[in-house]
Design a protein around this ligand. Structure first.
Ligand code: F6R
Length: 362
């Protein structure tokens, strides 16, 4: 049921604090602040992760990769399932195959999972529908608890996937001796703040709605981010394309001068996702080149970031968050932006043209 919301997508954006909370409760003991890995995977015995997924689930996987490598020093590859399954990848025996899927039925992801199994790899599936084929066929189920997602554009399933992957990365870091129990507790406490901060970040809705008419008139919109905000920029662009039919691209901010800058002319909206972190200054200096060419910068940042925004940029101010959970906290603003632009254009938000909720053909 949609309750008081106009669309399922809007409701599901607002469901995210709860979805994140429920998902985390499968991975974190709230009393001890210890993480655990459902299904008994011993990360100390895993040499590599091979993540396979499609679309939004793939972007969650890319965010997961930053975390597994940074926290747990666990080499991680992420690939679109449709490519992985056909390119004869060279996998090594200590690799854990990880499928990520809301539905657990996406044809390419399922085929990639089966391919991993056929190679003799152990497999895990981060899945929201726990009775699905992937949930049954993977050796291990790493559940998300987003509840049913009805809107075709994935929102709460995405943040639930990122929540689960963040907890798993902490758990892997402990198992691999990269962090001690005190650091685990510190990180887990930060992670458990995510539901509250996601709720706070949804408060940007009015600010976002105010920008919608201008963006709805755009032909192209570019998104930039660095670090884990780069996959979020890709997700932001996908979300806008899917439901508003505006051409959008996400880029790593450092790639700007290697091509995309040619797209920027007077009035091109450029949306920069940049919380205050060790990459902030670099991203902002990239943006001065955008401003110099007449690009209209919308900076999604936190309070400190807004104070340091480039001249002429408009800001959407999300809550200040530790980098560990910034992808979770900055997801709602980019989802709300896509949503309100689509509503502004009068598009059918929950049933975008040409798209199906579950893609069971390749
Ligand atoms: C985007 C979207 C799709 C799905 C993709 C995978 O909003 O919903 O990109 O993420 O089709 O679907 P699942 O997660 O069910 O495998």
């Amino acid at each position: 049921e949609k309750g008081n919301y106009r669309h399922f997508m809007e409701k599901e954006i607002h469901d995210q604090p709860e979805a994140c909370q429920h998902t985390l409760s499968a991975y974190v003991d709230p009393v001890t602040d210890h993480t655990h890995t459902p299904g008994g995977v011993d990360f100390a015995k895993v040499d590599r992760l091979q993540i396979v997924a499609c679309g939004t689930a793939g972007y969650a996987g890319q965010i997961g990769r930053y975390l597994f490598e940074r926290l747990a020093k666990l080499p991680t590859d992420v690939e679109a399932a449709s490519e992985f399954r056909y390119r004869e990848p060279a996998v090594t025996p200590g690799t854990l195959g990880v499928a990520i899927s809301q539905s657990g039925e996406t044809a390419d992801t399922l085929a990639a999972l089966r391919w991993c199994k056929a190679q003799g790899l152990k497999t895990a599936a981060v899945v929201n529908v726990h009775e699905s084929t992937m949930a049954r066929e993977a050796d291990v189920l790493w559940p998300t608890h987003a509840g049913p997602e009805i809107g075709v554009a994935s929102t709460k399933a995405f943040t639930s996937q990122v929540s689960a992957l963040t907890a798993l990365a902490i758990s892997a870091a402990v198992a691999r001796g990269c962090i001690d129990a005190a650091e685990e507790r510190r990180l887990t406490k930060i992670l458990m703040e995510a539901p509250r901060l996601i709720a706070d970040s949804i408060q940007v809705e009015e600010a976002v709605r105010a920008l919608a008419p201008e963006l709805a008139a755009a032909r192209d919109v570019l998104y930039f981010g660095r670090g884990a905000m780069f996959p979020l920029a890709l997700e932001a662009a996908l979300k806008l394309k899917e439901i508003s039919y505006i051409h959008a691209e996400g880029y790593a901010a450092g790639e700007l001068k290697h091509g995309p800058i040619a797209l920027i002319d007077q009035g091109t909206p450029v949306i920069v996702i940049a919380p205050t972190d060790h990459l902030f200054e670099k991203t902002i200096s990239n943006m001065s080149e955008v401003a110099a060419r007449g690009g209209k910068i919308i900076l999604i940042t936190d309070e400190a970031g807004a104070r340091n925004a480039p001249k002429g940029a408009r800001t959407i101010v999300a809550p200040t968050a530790d980098p560990l959970i910034a992808p979770l906290v900055f997801a709602a603003p980019i989802q709300l932006l896509a949503y309100h632009v689509a509503v502004q254009k009068g598009a059918d938000v929950d049933q975008p043209r040409n798209l199906a909720k579950s893609v069971t053909v390749e």
